[in-house]
Design a protein around this ligand. Structure first.
Ligand code: FES
Ligand code: FES
Length: 160
């Protein structure tokens, strides 16, 4: 099958690319764009969440999205989360409380947390654990992540 033309917003920039339709969004980001924050920890089976990106405001597993499906849409990866070099409050809070150990799950968990806070500005523990339920972390036990999301929520709500 021939390549297809795909246009979408990637980290706030409009891009237009010719790509193989069999490529997943995860493969595209890593191999064509050099954006390696999204990772594959389960063989692209949709089970680990390490490949999480935000697609039109929702956290999705980019290994399960074909590149053609993002045509006309908006994708944010961990590389696009900081603004003018300043980390997003969720990133800062993850660092502050030590919610990062090996770091393999961190980009996905941060993006899932950000998507949650965009929809639910003041989540409770259950909301946070539910939002992170697709992001497998072998290291932290999630408690620190939950704490970090509460801190980020306070920070974001104070700024309003
Ligand atoms: Fe594991 Fe996508 S690589 S869910
Ligand atoms: Fe190691 Fe989450 S910090 S898998």
């Amino acid at each position: 099958m021939g390549n297809i033309q795909v246009q979408f917003i990637l980290n706030n920039e409009k891009i237009s690319v010719k790509v193989s339709p069999g490529l997943t969004l995860l493969e595209f980001l890593r191999t064509e764009m050099g954006l390696t924050g999204a990772k594959d920890s389960c063989g692209g089976e949709g089970e680990c969440g390490a490949c999480t990106v935000i697609l039109n405001g929702e956290a999705v597993n980019s290994c399960l999205v074909l590149i053609g499906q993002v045509d006309g849409h908006s994708v944010t990866t961990i590389e696009g989360l900081s603004v003018r070099g300043e980390l997003h409050p969720v990133q800062k809070a993850f660092i502050e409380v030590g919610a990062i150990q090996c770091g393999f799950c961190t980009p996905g968990a941060v993006l899932a947390s950000k998507a949650l806070l965009d929809h639910v500005p003041d989540p409770d523990d259950d909301d946070i654990r539910e939002a992170l339920s697709g992001n497998m972390c072998r290291c932290t036990g999630y408690t620190k992540m939950v704490e970090a999301v509460h801190i980020a929520a306070r920070e974001l709500n104070n700024g309003k």
